[in-house]
Design a protein around this ligand. Structure first.
Ligand code: GLY
Ligand code: MN
Ligand code: MN
Length: 456
């Protein structure tokens, strides 16, 4: 097994002459510069980045799936390397303390090879007892970045995740390197292959469980390798925003299919949603309208756009879709002000994406960590920044039939704007969401998702 890299179908990523291999040196230089700055501001000399420790289930001896510290994962594509450390000292080659235990119960990480490996001073350790000697001696000059459940894993370093350094690193992570964007292009291709397979399974009337399996097979991921739990929702299940049950039997009648599923390459995620009508023309038309609206929003992206305004704009556009498709009456501004659009579209327009599917730093205005609040009435918006070149983010408007929210409109000025007969029509179809991942450019954006579907 490769050193903790999730296996890939077209696994040429480990070659230093591959596209990722060519781009990686620029990435690591950018990381070093960010850490130089974070260390300087924090008055520290070394950053020690801990990959994380496996978590064991209560009263048992089995671990939950391991999730690497995203800081560690952004240095090198080592998603399955627990109990390891990167030590970065400005001006020096970063040291990778690579934990490769003697363990005959499990498959242990293989030897470190790949385009990334020559950029580290790699020290393989078979025992945790070997680690202390490889860490900087001046622990008072270290900051440690990672989740420390057991004080022994901090090796006496007291400054764990200091806010100053973490804010700097998180804010900077909003802007992606060329290497990161290329990882996400590949992750988008991988995800798009899964979506094509999932749609085919839906057309064959497969169950949610079977569709999920077809998806995982096509992207060559087991569940734990997915960037988030797949949402595979038939019919009314599409209205449950985070539906992760998987019915084992197909429904009696196939009406609609909403799938929100991504993939990973070298740790980086894609996050893609598509919605399909089985054979209902009216629902197909609603999907078409939402798709056109989503593309219109994507068309407004460029550096300098305030994402909060884009989110509110999307609500106005949704108001027009609601009116044109007979779900509501009135004008878009009234539907926004009375809360009708929020009842149909109760989540944010999107979020930053990267080594985490919901990447950090979406609310920060600057490296001091000043928070930009979401617009009033839109608390779930995860991205409130002004867009900059090379930010990667999602655009994912939705329209759902959520009775719990629509019922709240009864007895308010909004009630008369809703067409309750149309609501009854939509209920068995659940809802529509269309989600793409994009890279912001100075005068527009690169749509990683649409490009990926076009390429396969
Ligand atoms: N799949 C989670 C999201 O779209 O944010
Ligand atoms: Mn998303
Ligand atoms: Mn999603």
């Amino acid at each position: 097994m490769k050193q903790g890299i999730i296996p890939d179908m077209n696994d040429d990523y480990s070659d230093k002459n591959s596209r990722l291999g060519v781009l990686y040196p620029g990435h690591i230089e950018a990381l070093k510069a960010r850490h130089d700055h974070a260390l300087l501001k924090s008055g520290a000399s070394h950053a020690v980045i801990f990959s994380g420790s496996p978590k064991v289930t209560f009263l048992d001896d089995m671990s939950y799936p391991f999730v690497a510290n995203p800081h560690f994962l952004s240095w090198a594509p080592l998603g399955c390397l627990p109990l390891s450390y990167i030590v970065y000292t400005p001006g020096e080659t970063p040291r990778l303390i690579y934990y490769q235990p003697h363990d005959y119960w499990h498959v242990v990480p293989g030897d470190p090879v790949g385009y990334w490996a020559p950029h580290f001073d790699i020290r393989i350790v078979p025992s945790m007892d070997d680690i202390a000697a490889l860490l900087p001696k001046d622990s008072d000059k270290c900051i440690l970045i990672g989740e420390i459940d057991d004080a022994a894993h901090a090796f006496g370093i007291e400054r764990v995740n200091p806010a100053m350094a973490v804010n700097i690193l998180h804010f900077a992570r909003g802007i992606k390197t060329e290497y990161e964007v290329e990882c996400m292009r590949l992750a988008s291709r991988r995800g798009a292959r899964g979506h094509v397979a999932a749609e085919a399974a839906f057309r064959e009337r497969a169950s949610e469980f079977e569709i999920h399996r077809a998806y995982c097979h096509a992207v060559s991921h087991i569940d734990n390798e997915l960037p988030y739990g797949n949402i595979v929702a038939l019919n009314s299940h599409g209205a449950v925003l985070h539906y992760t049950n998987l019915d084992r039997e197909p429904p009696d009648e196939m009406r609609s299919f909403l799938i929100d599923a991504g993939a990973r390459v070298c740790g980086y995620a894609s996050d893609i949603t598509r919605t399909y009508s089985f054979d209902d023309a009216r629902f197909a038309e609603l999907i078409e309208r939402m798709d056109a609206m989503q593309l219109e929003i994507v068309g407004k992206l460029r550096a300098g756009v305030d994402y909060r305004e884009l989110h509110v704009d999307a609500h106005r556009m949704l108001g027009d879709v609601l009116v044109d498709t007979g779900l509501a009456h009135g004008d878009a501004d009234t539907l926004l002000e009375t809360g009708v659009t929020s009842a149909f579209f109760p989540h944010g327009l999107g979020h930053l994406i990267g080594v985490q599917v919901h990447d950090v730093g979406g609310h920060t205005q600057n490296e001091s960590g000043t928070i930009i609040d979401p617009p009033s009435g839109h608390p779930f918006l995860r991205l409130t920044r002004v867009l900059e070149e090379n930010m990667t983010l999602t655009i994912e408007p939705g329209l759902y039939l959520i009775d719990m929210l629509l019922e709240d409109l009864r007895g308010t000025p909004a009630e008369s704007h809703v067409d309750w007969n149309a609501v009854d029509w939509l209920r068995p179809f659940g809802g529509v969401r269309i989600e793409d991942d994009v890279r912001v450019t100075l005068d527009g954006c690169e749509n990683l998702t649409r490009d990926a579907f076009a390429a396969i």
